[in-house]
Design a protein around this ligand. Structure first.
Ligand SMILES: [Zn+2]
Length: 188
């Protein structure tokens, strides 16, 4: 359990760090099909990553699943997104390993986020025909100083995804970049 306590403490610290980037992201990060937003924050050994994507990029629709094929598409997208070590590749020397992952979907299929769905249905105003999926990853890096590059491997899984707006904050500074299928690596 010491590890979990350790992570909770770090998450609390990160929560103090991330909002500036998150606010900037929401300021320009309008829901746009083909585009997703990625935020990375490195604090100590912990790298927190958040991916926000229109559902259309991931499954090709943004309405409640109407049949088995659409439920299957949602479940497949969840499964791919939750596999943090398949979604990202890091500088090998940094020794980053996945520690936690969470997903918010308007129509969760895995059953692991029922509370989020409940909150979504009852507490959030509808956004018309548009819905997002939000995925949060926590990686722990044995040698965070060696973390110089993050490659996003989502493009191969989700061909409707064309562009990802990325923002990052590390002890060395902050920055931003745009990732595409042909240029999917972000230099930190
Ligand atoms: Zn939409």
């Amino acid at each position: 359990m010491p590890t979990r306590l350790h992570l909770s403490l770090l998450s609390g610290l990160l929560a103090l760090v991330v909002p500036a980037a998150a606010l900037a992201q929401y300021a320009h990060g309008a829901h746009e099909h083909g585009v997703a937003d990625l935020t990375l924050a490195l604090e100590g050994r912990m790298l927190q990553i958040e991916l926000i994507s229109p559902l259309d990029n991931l499954v090709g629709f943004e309405h409640a699943p109407a049949n088995e094929a659409q439920r299957g598409a949602l479940a497949d997208a969840e499964r791919r997104l939750l596999d943090g070590e398949a979604m990202f590749a890091f500088s090998a020397a940094a020794g980053c390993a996945i520690r936690e992952v969470g997903i918010e979907s308007p129509w969760p299929q895995s059953g692991r986020n029922h509370d989020h769905r409940h909150a979504h249905d009852h507490a959030q105003p509808t956004r018309g025909d548009h819905e997002d999926m939000v995925v949060s990853y926590g990686f722990e890096c044995a040698h965070p100083e060696a973390l110089r590059q993050v490659e996003l491997r989502a493009f191969g899984h989700f061909p409707r995804l064309q562009r990802v707006r990325a923002e990052f904050a590390t002890p060395r500074g902050q920055g931003a970049g745009v990732l595409t299928p042909d240029a999917a690596a972000l230099a930190l």
